[in-house]
Design a protein around this ligand. Structure first.
Ligand code: 6R9
Length: 654
């Protein structure tokens, strides 16, 4: 490949880009001279109702309090402020539905929409501190719903539309959500994907949850596809009945900086997803600051497109809060990259003259597979900056992205961060940093990152270690909803005083950081975090399955893929089923329990799962098998013949 020969190159910023960049090199020295004052300055760019006087209170570590005596409202900052300051006519969103329907929403339109929605929420009894689950397709109402919650001081919990009824139920129960906002359905590859029936199933009693979801009082449903929808009188209400006729006037509820803004569930190393929560002042500071310096946003002229779904943290920080606080004009696209054709994304970039584009390595690798003739058919000359997020980007994909999409002209920002960090922690700064394919390079000004060994000491050049943040930062998570001990254990016990990210990393001779993937039982499939335990739990809840072990195996397109090893009960119907039948049934099981995104790529029926003498599943060995590597040391196995049997089963294509 053209790209392979070039992996050692670095790319200095062009003079033109550097001259106009939002970030200049002195940002690093400003931040290191007085870190807290630097963050206070970034926070002062927000509109505060009561200005804060204190920057950081770390006395209750590891729970930080930033700007705690200030008050503000997130929706007021993202929407009303622009109207107030004369920017109401600016387009906030160019919405493109998958079937080709479009809508243009200005900031003034947004203000009307969020005010009506906020009045609608209040008419349903939602007030400050209540939790609202949002289960919507990628349509403007998703953004409006999130901001309307923020406007009334309610805490949103967005659940990605690809999650199952079971997963939705778990999240509704954990947060004790009072309201669910959903749609009849969304558009996916030309078909109508139903959502409301999944909400109905989530709220109804089931085997796993014999009682109805008691916290939910109403289901507010947007009509998107027009498909038939079951209706429970008293509980279910239409968006067009509640929101559309509501008043366009609404006074945002000012909240303390540390008031929770949202909960977002993410997979951890145990079966139960963690409800990470973020608060208002610090989170908004991190999201808007990083968006300004990393994406170099010029709100008057740029058209910015982040292809993530609002159901993930990337959508929260880099579609809703960061860009809208900065007054950006964005593209919002409902569908998939290959509907109705494989050039759809490039067609959208051409149509809206997108200047800044932010996507994930898995998408880039998919486009590489489809071939460069496809993007070549479109005019991508409007682009001036490209971003990547979600997983390590291999140098070949980075170079392809730069050459084929960016015409060798656009800087690339590879941004490392997590649901927990709330905003970008590491990235080159466009116009300042000489970029290096495959490396996320340097922490942002104001952020402190280290790579440490088992004892918490900095590692040497090219030595692998653990990525930690050594100082608190404004947009850091404030905890796990309802579970302060798990917060302490998961992130702070491993290296006292330092935030443990769960990622492996190394530094090269220039001091640049390279991410090496997760060091725990969390997989990264197409940039989505999945827990091995959670999938194992889903598999063993199927009546045919006695035992299951799940590993993430390297995959060319998705980064990692889910590979499951299952032991079938000898006295069940599964024992007489073929391997193929077992695989079909269990894929469906995982889809039902967690969602389609977690379905195993490969399911292998085995007679036993390898375990240590203390009974821990030896995932390392299974990963070797799944990646067709020679199985190394098996002496700690309880029964080493198990591995031979598994390897033979795999060879014979069972
Ligand atoms: C924003 C987001 C977080 C995990 C993280 C890491 C991986 C994200 C990365 C990256 C290498 C990058 N990750 N960005 N790895 N390079 N640029 O993705 O949040 O869904 O919480 O995932 O994703 O492993 O720990 P989240």
């Amino acid at each position: 490949m053209v790209e392979d020969a070039l992996t050692q190159s670095t790319f200095p910023p062009t003079e033109d880009f550097a001259a106009q960049a939002n970030a200049q090199a002195d940002l690093y020295s400003q931040a290191s001279e007085d870190r807290l004052e630097f963050w206070a300055e970034q926070a002062r760019r927000l509109d505060w109702d009561t200005p804060f006087t204190e920057t950081l209170d770390w006395s209750g570590a590891p729970v930080a309090r930033w700007f705690a005596d200030g008050t503000l409202n997130a929706c007021d900052n993202a929407v009303d402020r622009h109207v107030r300051e004369g920017r109401g006519d600016r387009v906030a969103f160019h919405f493109e539905g998958e079937p080709g329907d479009t809508r243009t929403v200005t900031y003034a339109d947004m203000q009307r929409e969020v005010s009506k929605a906020a009045n609608g929420l209040e008419s349903l009894g939602i007030t400050k501190g209540d939790r609202v689950a949002i289960y919507l397709p990628q349509i403007p109402e998703a953004v409006v719903a999130m901001l309307a919650c923020a406007r009334v001081g309610a805490v949103h919990s967005v659940v990605f539309g690809g999650f199952s009824a079971e997963s939705l139920r778990q999240r509704i129960d954990d947060a004790r959500a009072k309201l669910v906002i959903t749609a009849d359905g969304g558009n996916r590859r030309g078909a109508h994907l139903a959502l409301k029936p999944l909400v109905d199933a989530a709220l109804a009693p089931s085997d796993a949850n014999p009682t109805p979801a008691g916290s939910v009082e109403h289901v507010l449903t947007v009509k998107r596809t027009g498909q038939d929808t079951a209706w429970e009188e008293g509980r279910d209400v239409w968006w067009h009945d509640v929101v559309d006729p509501a008043s366009e006037q609404h006074q945002p509820v000012m909240v303390e900086a540390e008031h929770p803004l949202f909960i977002l569930y993410t997979s951890g190393t145990t079966g139960k997803p963690k409800g990470l929560f973020h608060t208002t002042g610090g989170y908004l500071t991190g999201a808007s600051y990083s968006h300004r310096v990393v994406f170099d946003i010029k709100p008057e002229t740029d058209v910015y497109w982040c292809s993530a779904d609002v159901g993930w943290i990337t959508g929260h920080s880099y579609i809703v809060y960061g860009p809208m606080i900065n007054g950006a004009t964005q593209v919002l696209y409902e569908g998939v990259p290959n509907a109705p054709h494989e050039g759809r994304w490039w067609e959208i970039i051409e149509k809206y003259k997108v200047t800044i584009f932010y996507t994930a390595p898995t998408a880039i690798r998919t486009f590489m597979k489809w071939g460069e003739a496809i993007p070549a058919k479109f005019d991508l000359s409007s682009l001036r900056l490209l971003g990547s997020v979600g997983e390590p980007i291999n140098p070949a994909a980075w170079l392809w992205y730069r050459r084929v999409i960016g015409s060798d002209r656009c800087p690339i920002v590879d941004t490392w961060w997590q649901t927990e960090t709330g905003s970008i922690m590491m990235s080159p700064l466009p116009g300042v940093t000489e970029t290096k394919p495959g490396s996320t390079q340097v922490p942002l000004p104001g952020v402190s990152i280290e790579v440490v060994d088992d004892e918490g000491q900095p590692v040497g050049v090219e030595e692998g270690g653990y990525l930690v943040a050594s100082e608190p930062w404004p947009s850091m998570l404030r905890g796990i909803w309802g579970d302060p001990e798990r917060y302490q254990e998961t992130y702070w016990d491993r290296f006292p005083g330092k935030y443990f990210a769960g990622d492996g990393a190394k530094r090269d001779a220039d001091g640049d950081i390279w991410l090496l993937g997760r060091v725990d039982d969390v997989m990264n499939v197409s940039g989505h975090r999945l827990s091995t335990t959670e999938i194992e739990n889903a598999l063993v809840s199927h009546p045919w399955v006695a035992e299951a072990a799940v590993v993430g195996a390297a995959d060319e397109t998705t980064g990692q893929a889910v590979v499951a090893f299952v032991v079938v009960k000898s006295d069940g119907a599964g024992a007489v089923a073929s391997g193929h039948e077992v695989a079909v049934a269990l894929r469906e099981q995982v889809r039902k329990e967690i969602g389609a995104l977690a379905k195993p790529r490969t399911i292998l029926v085995v007679s036993e799962v390898p375990k240590t003498r203390s009974g821990k599943i030896m995932r390392r060995l299974l990963r070797d098998v799944a990646e067709h590597r020679h199985v190394g040391d098996v002496t700690t196995l309880a029964d080493s013949s198990v591995m031979d049997a598994i390897s033979q089963g795999l060879e014979s294509g069972k």
